[in-house]
Design a protein around this ligand. Structure first.
Ligand code: S3P
Length: 171
């Protein structure tokens, strides 16, 4: 069961399905869906790649944190479902926000091989430029402890469809 009075925040690596699962889950729960990547791009009026290239990753993380703080405060018409950017847990302040009782955090956990297969050919993730498979392995390893730290619930998504994961979350 998901708590009806708290924002549900999906965290996990790039390619774990946070955006599509968040969208489908929000529909089923009749809640708003907030995607931090999309909101950062909207606010900055540029793509994440442009933001990284012009202002650097640190500036992107600041924008992401600002957006997270705002979406966690939304309560009209009800607490939203939030799909958070995969690297949000790298910012200590974001981990503190996610660890607060305001957020019910679900870690969508996937093996690096699953992520690599899903992200093959994708070009809009600056952190995957070059050796994408190696970067996914390294980032997964670096971040696993942080995802575990903030998560109220862990769901394994390897070889599972969006609908299967949504059903598990609602069960
Ligand atoms: C990032 C993940 C991306 C996006 C940016 C950085 C990361 O979001 O925020 O490219 O550091 O893992 P998704 O997890 O939605 O792909």
């Amino acid at each position: 069961m998901l708590p009806s009075d708290r924002p549900v925040v999906l965290v996990g690596m790039m390619g774990s399905g946070k955006s599509s699962i968040g969208h489908a889950l929000a529909e089923r729960l009749h809640r708003d869906h907030a995607d931090t990547d999309a909101l950062v791009e909207l606010g900055a009026k540029m793509t994440i790649r442009e933001l990284f290239e012009r202002h650097g990753e640190a500036e992107f993380r600041r924008a992401e944190l600002w957006v997270l703080d705002k979406v966690l405060r939304l309560h009209e018409p009800g607490p939203p479902v939030v799909s958070a950017g995969g690297g949000i847990v790298t910012t200590p302040e974001a981990r503190r926000m996610l660890g607060s009782s305001r957020a019910y955090v679900v870690w969508l956990r996937a093996r690096p091989a699953t992520l690599a297969a899903r992200l093959a050919g994708v070009t809009d993730r600056p952190l995957l430029d070059g050796d994408a498979v190696g970067s996914l392995e390294r980032l997964s390893q670096e971040r696993a402890g942080w995802y575990a730290e903030v998560a109220d619930r862990v769901v394994d998504v390897d070889e599972r469809s969006v609908d299967e994961v949504v059903e598990e979350l609602l069960a």
